[in-house]
Ligand binder design. Sequence first.
Ligand code: HEM
Length: 510
Amino acid sequence: MFSPLDWNAKQAVGALLLGALVVWIVYNVQQAVYNVFFHPLARFPGPRAAAATKLWKAYIECIKQESFCHKLEKVHAQYGDVVRVGPDELHFANPQAYHDIYNSKNKWDKEWFLYHSFNEDRSSFGFVTYAEAKERKDVLSRTFSPKAIEQSQGLVIEKVDALCAAFERQAKANKPSDLFYAFRCMSMDVITYLCFGASVDAIEAPDFEAPIIEAMDASMPVFVRFKHAEWYKNMIMNCPPNISRIVSPQTAGLVDLQQILKKQIGNLTENPENLAHLPHQMTIYHRLLDKEAYRSNTVPSPGSLYEEAQALMFGGGDTTGNTLMLGTFHLLKQPETMAKLKAELKEAWPKLSDAPPELRELERLPYLNAVAKEALRMSSGVISGLLRVVPAGGAKICETFVPEGTIVSIGSTFVHFNPEIFPNPHEWRPERWLENPDLDDWLVTFSRGPRMCLGINLAWAELRLCFAYVFRKFDMKLEEPAPKELPFRETFLPYYYGQHAKAFMTPVAA
Ligand code: HEM
């Protein structure tokens, strides 16, 4: 039986909760009214719900599970070139906005919520301010400069050769090779070998189904939720490894790799003399653990080193793998383009028994480079808008004044699939790059400005070497029924959710 005291206490708690709920509702309603009618961005068109609350974007991405870049196409069609997609956020559709936002003069901050969601706050990618990122990128640029990459091309070639050997094994077993997995295995092996001196040898996994590659892929949609719910991110990321393996078996390979990297970093920071035991001198740790490389004379903490390693793995693995996969898929779908590429490669490398062309020679092959550019355009790298915050004083973007503090972006697909710049943009046509060299201005896959890709030279080396070696050494045919297209959903990077393209690889005789 309840005593009258219990009853009164319960009533008081109930009233308190109800009161708190009413205050919360009133606060949010008045905030929404302010956002829609009185906010400095109130004059910009867009869905009312987007102007009112950030929950609109969360609803689209997490509940409706719509690809945000595809949703943006619809809202731009309805509201025009500049659309308000959040209470303090604008998205642009006019390609000129790309050059207005991401250029070398603009040292604008990255937007905290998006970049914080990757759990890499203390890395060249995750630092929100230009100054912090610059210090780190200056240190790392010696590993990724054109000269350094040219000098380490042998390390990349080792992995491209391993990929070709694995393709031959598949051919001998009369099995097709999964293009999605195979190229990702190659790019992941390149990064872990070149950057960390500890290759995960994903290429050697049977049928290229390496647990780390499957785990990285499975983790992509999870990152979308992290962006909107920090508590959810903290719960997953701070889970002890053993529990995480049970709760989320599909990402177990990632947890394993995290443990290997953390152990390696712990070992190197405690015993820097162990750097000498790594298989080569080009690792990021040779740079990052060198005190003298920093103005502050202090090396980053083990946590920061780990976040850097993770950023490089995600930044350079899927992006390069996707570009190679997509380019190969289109070359096989349009054999006349493949024939042109093969003819050019045969001329540059007449006999397979001869020494292969060096990276410098590959840089001069017009069709090979046009193929790589078309693959970069159609894969588009990071397809989400790279959110930047307009600094004090505001800025002009596409002749439109944007007040300070506004979050702005334009996704790369709005440039790469603009029919005025790239006629018939969904058509695979490497020739367009040869016909019009000015198009290079509109290739923004690596972004532009001070926060553009740090690994661009490595990525270009991988693309040139991989396309050249694979298409010179193999005749290839898609396994039928082949997918008609490769649909994707935006999860910062594109998440290819459809049937994988597979190809039968036949080694050419000479
Ligand atoms: C085809 C391959 C690649 C593409 C399309 C690509 C694309 C991009 C893009 C669009 C950005 C800007 C991201 C942002 O503003 O938030 C970026 C940044 C970055 N990329 Fe790449 N990337 C590729 C390969 C690589 C490789 C191989 C590495 C290194 C192993 C790498 C490391 C980085 C890093 C560290 C950043 C952060 C730079 C900063 O924030 O200042 N990327 N990349």
